[in-house]
Design a protein. Sequence first.
Length: 481
Amino acid sequence: MFSSLRDRVRHTAAWRLSAVATGVFALGTAAVFAAAYLMLAAGIRQRGDNWLDAETASLAEMAATAPPDVLKQEFAREARELTNHRLSAPSESEDAKESVVFFALLDRHGTPLLVYAPPAWNEIRPALDTPHFRPGPPRSVAIPGWEYPMRVASRVLKNGSVLLVGESLRGDQQLLDETTQSLAWIWVAVTVCGFAVSWFSIRRVLARVNAVTEVAAAIGPDQLGRRLPEERHGDEIARLVATFNVMLDRIETTITQMRAIGDSVAHDLRSPVTAIRGSLEVALTSPDEGQLRDRVASALEGLDQLSALLDATLDATEAEAGALRLRRKPLDLCALAEDLVELYLPAAQERGLALTLRAPAPVEVLGDEALLRRALTNLLDNALAHLLTGCSVEVSVRSDSRHAVIAVADDGPGFAPEIRDRAFERFVRGRRSAGTGLGLALVRAAALVHGGTVHLRQPSGGGSVIEIEIPAAGEDDPAPA
């Protein structure tokens, strides 16, 4: 049980991140403690050396004039003082011979003239005769059989004799050993605490990420409305939660639209398919060749309508999704509007409508001519299909430094209140409309895919105005593909 729990913990991201963070932290603290140890050791060594140098200089000056008895008394007094200045005094259980302080005055041949030292002098003396020991600044001298070396300072007097002052490093080394042990325990405690803090902190952060994962895993077709609770931290996780909720909103909207489109397409396809089937069944059973041709022609007309419906649905869907590939090129909206007004003018006159154009100056845009032409065509088709005889339609084009606007205004009855706010949604149409409900949706999609928008206004005096607003051509526009 515990082994499986341990394995599960080790395979978590919190464990891996905590281990990495703790490893880096442990290495850093170890480096800091090592540097502190080295600085402490150097400080202790320097303090001892300074004291030995000062004592050696003072005794050398006295040795030049003082008689041996006075010098020996001074050796004893300095030995007591040096012992009192030691950083770590020996305990009673320590070996006294490794806690010694000695003074010696040797002639130029190395023969002792005056010695103040414990009984261990017989062990110290041979080490001073080794080739590596030379008079000069304090240096460490290893004593055979001793655990700790001695630090010895020497000075050559004017008469050629040598003054030696030495102190065991036992106390200093024990102090450093105790410091090392203390730093090691502190390092272990700090590392363990660092790992615990890292693990709990990272685990708490990852718990918020796990909440996102659980919600994502739980969302199904019947739970599209589920959302993560918004957080006020303002950190990366909070932004992830906000972005995730926005993504869920888009997914829910898309799926809702897909369901609505599927239902609408199924509804709109039912009538053409039924009509086509009926025409073909009649054609199969009719012996009259003329009636057969009429039924086949009716079926082909129904297929054309069905194909147009599917094409319009796909175009609107691709345009709204941003998947429609544009063939941008410099385009004059005034020329485009003039061509279409000229094309639709006979049909408008036939229906008793007044179609006019107001485009005082060229308006340049960088756009897809076919798509913009189709959008304006849908607006004119919509006007001709729903306006009563005697109404007027005006197509206008204008621009400012940033935007180009092409508008279709009429003085008809306007849009019904129940569809006014949803006029640009797919498959939205009036009760008496015979269209597919995709014309204005494609107009909106064409505006959006060009980086613009579309507006519907109904003036207080009656009628309606639909405006397509897209960015005007400028020097910073990208080159056409």
